[in-house]
Design a protein around this ligand. Structure first.
Ligand SMILES: *[C@@H]1O[C@H](CO)[C@@H](O)[C@H](O)[C@H]1NC(C)=O
Ligand SMILES: *[C@@H]1O[C@H](CO)[C@@H](O)[C@H](O)[C@H]1NC(C)=O
Ligand SMILES: *[C@@H]1O[C@H](CO)[C@@H](O)[C@H](O)[C@H]1NC(C)=O
Ligand SMILES: *[C@@H]1O[C@H](CO)[C@@H](O)[C@H](O)[C@H]1NC(C)=O
Ligand SMILES: *[C@@H]1O[C@H](CO)[C@@H](O)[C@H](O)[C@H]1NC(C)=O
Ligand SMILES: *[C@@H]1O[C@H](CO)[C@@H](O)[C@H](O)[C@H]1NC(C)=O
Ligand SMILES: *[C@@H]1O[C@H](CO)[C@@H](O)[C@H](O)[C@H]1NC(C)=O
Ligand SMILES: *[C@@H]1O[C@H](CO)[C@@H](O)[C@H](O)[C@H]1NC(C)=O
Ligand SMILES: *[C@@H]1O[C@H](CO)[C@@H](O)[C@H](O)[C@H]1NC(C)=O
Ligand SMILES: *[C@@H]1O[C@H](CO)[C@@H](O)[C@H](O)[C@H]1NC(C)=O
Ligand SMILES: *[C@@H]1O[C@H](CO)[C@@H](O)[C@H](O)[C@H]1NC(C)=O
Ligand SMILES: *[C@@H]1O[C@H](CO)[C@@H](O)[C@H](O)[C@H]1NC(C)=O
Length: 438
């Protein structure tokens, strides 16, 4: 007994929590089990039960084995300090059958977290989602049912997550749901596959839904999907100083998936962003009006209404990005273009300001609004993107279009928008540009 002056709680379910006043310090179960990876979740729940109101929960410096779902919600005035490593197991059948529903898109999460006046600070520790097993198992199937989000901030007010590192997230890394006043500062996440055959689809760095007043500041995100995505009913989101590697960028969307629940995305600013490589960087994507392809989890839908208004993408640098800027109203329509011109969702007052850098091919922007909803207030100011080849003085191969393409359609006031439109945008244009536009 090393903690004679303290209370060592060792009930039938809970293992290793040391409680002193309002502070609960967690030690890995493996320390008392000869190094065996015993599940630490019962003792984690015990710590939050004891110290989850007006308290502090400290994960000490060690490796915690997260083998079962975590629910640490309804906290009140709590500081959580992460000095150790939270290592999620890769028991895929378990997680697929037990993870908590987040309702949206029938997705699930391994950890529900939050409350009122809560901080979660990385202090030398991090989260390891053991995502490689999911990247391999899902075998490039998008939105595999039961593939869990690493951590979901739920039903919360006044949450600060600072210096959090998540490596190899299982699915989306951080999701904010039904919450307000949530800040994510000094954040690092990195989903990198060890086998190019298995991509890291769906490892979004950050997503928010039905949430208001969100700050993301100083983040470095490596993913093969959205870097930061404001989904339906995200309002007053401000993202600043974000570096995105290999991603599909900073996005509003996808929205308009469900006819019963319109999506309003208002007052969003993305500022001081660097996109390195990847397919996209600064865009707005809505579902088509007709529900197509209803076969895959999360990929089914379309026809939802709503409004996107007052969005600014400011001070961006793009390096070798496939399609740096896009507006699409039928992101999943496929080449048929069905439902591209009958959107129930309106887009207004969206600006791209001060963009520099390079596109991978000969296209900088594809701006297409549904013909039944031409978009007002779409503005470019100081957008200067040129292809990598042109920048290097090389020709663009297999195309007659040697001038950077800015394609537009159904943009109200196109001539005064500041967009150097030089082509007509097709109704459907994939976010995945893989060659020069012809
Ligand atoms: C928590 O702290 C608040 C304010 O300091 C106090 O009003 C409340 O009674 C405390 N709650 C508990 C359960 O200690
Ligand atoms: C999570 O725990 C809280 C109690 O802290 C409980 O009210 C809530 O129902 C639990 N959530 C789920 C999804 O079971
Ligand atoms: C949350 O913190 C704020 C600011 O410190 C305080 O005014 C408020 O009472 C706290 N909320 C609760 C439920 O304790
Ligand atoms: C945690 O322990 C490791 C190994 O003992 C050490 O290298 C590291 O600096 C410690 N981290 C903190 C935050 O104390
Ligand atoms: C992965 O998908 C490819 C293409 O659908 C298929 O050929 C292959 O057998 C799958 N691999 C595994 C391990 O399921
Ligand atoms: C949501 O949080 C409030 C406190 O802000 C609490 O009263 C309510 O029970 C929570 N709802 C759920 C489902 O946990
Ligand atoms: C930005 O966040 C990174 C972690 O991703 C951290 O190492 C760095 O110190 C932060 N910068 C500042 C100015 O806090
Ligand atoms: C992400 O992780 C990979 C693999 O560990 C590493 O090579 C890469 O440098 C990391 N990216 C960043 C931005 O830290
Ligand atoms: C901005 O981001 C860069 C790159 O991630 C980081 O090094 C720097 O510390 C950040 N600056 C601030 C003020 O957060
Ligand atoms: C968004 O909020 C509106 C009310 O402002 C509501 O009608 C709608 O159902 C919400 N959408 C979602 C996706 O929850
Ligand atoms: C958008 O910002 C304006 C100006 O700050 C504010 O008046 C308005 O309430 C905000 N809209 C929403 C939905 O929060
Ligand atoms: C637009 O949103 C920004 C925050 O992103 C806010 O500062 C501004 O006041 C809003 N403008 C209007 C007209 O609502």
């Amino acid at each position: 007994m090393r903690f004679l002056s303290l209370t060592l709680l060792a009930s039938a379910v809970a293992g290793f929590v040391v409680n002193q006043g309002s502070t609960c310090t967690l030690y890995p179960e493996s320390l008392t089990h000869g190094g065996l990876p015993v599940d630490d979740v019962p003792s984690i729940h015990e710590a939050f039960n004891i110290c989850g109101i007006n308290g502090t929960v400290i994960f000490s410096n060690g490796t915690f084995n997260i083998a079962t779902i975590l629910n640490t919600t309804n906290l009140l005035n709590v500081d959580v300090i992460l000095r150790g490593v939270l290592q999620f197991t890769d028991n895929i059948p378990y997680w697929r059958s037990h993870s908590w529903s987040v309702i949206f898109q029938n997705q699930v999460t391994a950890w529900l977290f939050g409350g009122t006046n809560v901080t979660l600070r990385g202090d030398g520790g991090w989260i390891d989602g053991h995502g490689q097993s999911w990247y391999t198992f899902s075998n490039n199937t998008a939105n595999l049912p039961g593939r869990p989000i690493t951590i979901t901030v739920y039903n919360s007010t006044n949450v600060l997550i600072d210096s959090l590192t998540i490596i190899q997230p299982q699915f989306w890394a951080v999701f904010v749901w039904k919450s307000q006043n949530v800040s994510l500062t000094n954040y690092y996440t990195n989903a990198t596959t060890n086998n190019a055959k298995y991509t890291t689809f769906n490892t979004d760095g950050f997503d928010s839904w039905n949430s208001d007043t969100i700050l993301i500041e100083n983040a470095t995100i490596t993913t093969n999907d959205d870097c930061v995505a404001a989904k339906g009913n995200t309002t007053n989101l401000y993202a600043k100083n974000v570096t995105c590697y290999g991603s599909t960028g900073m996005t509003i969307g996808s929205i308009g998936q469900y006819p019963a629940t319109p999506d309003y995305v208002l007052n969003v600013t993305f500022e001081d962003v660097l996109c390195v490589g990847g397919l996209d960087c600064a865009y707005v994507k809505t579902w088509q009006s007709a529900a197509l392809d209803v076969t895959t989890n999360g990929d089914a839908g379309g026809g939802g209404g709503g409004l996107v208004k007052n969005v600014t993408f400011r001070n961006f640098e793009v390096q070798d990005v496939g399609l740096p800027i896009q507006v699409t109203q039928c992101i999943y329509a496929t080449a048929s273009g069905q439902g591209c011109n009958t959107s129930n969702l309106a887009l207004e007052d969206i600006s791209w300001v001060n963009f520099t850098g390079t596109s991978k091919y000969n296209i900088a922007a594809s701006m297409y609004c549904a013909s039944n909803h031409p978009c007002p207030g779409i503005m470019f100011s100081d957008v200067n993107i040129d292809s990598v080849n042109a920048t290097a003085g090389l020709p663009l191969y297999n195309t007659t279009l040697q001038t950077e393409v800015y394609q537009c359609d159904n943009i109200i006031g196109q001539n005064t928008s500041g967009i150097p439109c030089n082509h007509v945008a097709p109704a459907f244009f994939s976010q995945a540009v893989t060659k020069n536009v012809q």
